[in-house]
Design a protein around this ligand. Sequence first.
Ligand SMILES: Nc1ncnc2c1ncn2[C@@H]1O[C@H](COP(=O)(O)OP(=O)(O)OP(=O)(O)O)[C@@H](O)[C@H]1O
Ligand SMILES: [Mg+2]
Length: 258
Amino acid sequence: MIVIAIANQKGGVGKTTTAINIATAMAASGWRTLLIDLDPQGNASTGVGLAAAQRDVSSYDLLVDEVPVEECTVASSIPGLDLIPATVDLSGAEVELVGAEARSFRLRDALAEHDAHDICFIDCPPSLGLLTLNALCAADTLMVPLQCEFFALEGLSQLLQTVEQVQQRFNPDLGIIGIALTMFDRRNRLTDQVADDVRECLGDLVFEAVIPRNVRLSEAPSHGLPALVYDHACMGSRAYMDLARELIGRLPQERVAA
Ligand SMILES: Nc1ncnc2c1ncn2[C@@H]1O[C@H](COP(=O)(O)OP(=O)(O)OP(=O)(O)O)[C@@H](O)[C@H]1O
Ligand SMILES: [Mg+2]
């Protein structure tokens, strides 16, 4: 299973929207896809149709109680897409795991033997705490949604420093598969400028596909549906389809063929 963490410690930059829609696009392309909600806010779980009251198992069980991954997984309403939901309990996990052995590797160890899915996306919370660290230790690679706004690059350098530290201390094989520009508004000259700056700084690391600011993307979660299902033809959905195609092109080709 290829494991991709979707992380950025900045809040509200489009992590969850990206996780939900990329996971849906991959499932629609025939990949057996697992979405792990690692954010106590549980937005990814809600966004694929699992209301808080329906969450009997969760990523908390996986991390803290070491419940096997199969038992923490539920089917979503989207064919081919399974979910490990998050509940508010997860907000206590950082503290509860403080004294635990190998606390940074809980998720990696939980997923180590798992082969019922081809690809897994981890929706991280907006912090660089122990939950995100677990995601970065479990991941083969990282995808970073970046909102085209003034402080974007500042936050990004902090994230890249963290990735470097994780590579040095915990997960030497951690890659960065790409940076996805989100909430792009072509009428706003600042977003244009930021997008140009980011491309100049980071070159090919930035995906060609740009996610536009699109109201359909923000409406979809209130219907418990990925935008790709809610309105597959809207600008946002089409952009996520393009992004998924590009992502597949960046995956190790021997694993794509398998
Ligand atoms: N491209 C977009 N166009 C319009 N609205 C968007 C877009 N992407 C995300 N949103 C909306 O912006 C808000 C934040 O997005 P999202 O929840 O995906 O970010 P996040 O990084 O996961 O946030 P958090 O850090 O709180 O987990 C949500 O209300 C979402 O519906
Ligand atoms: Mg989120």
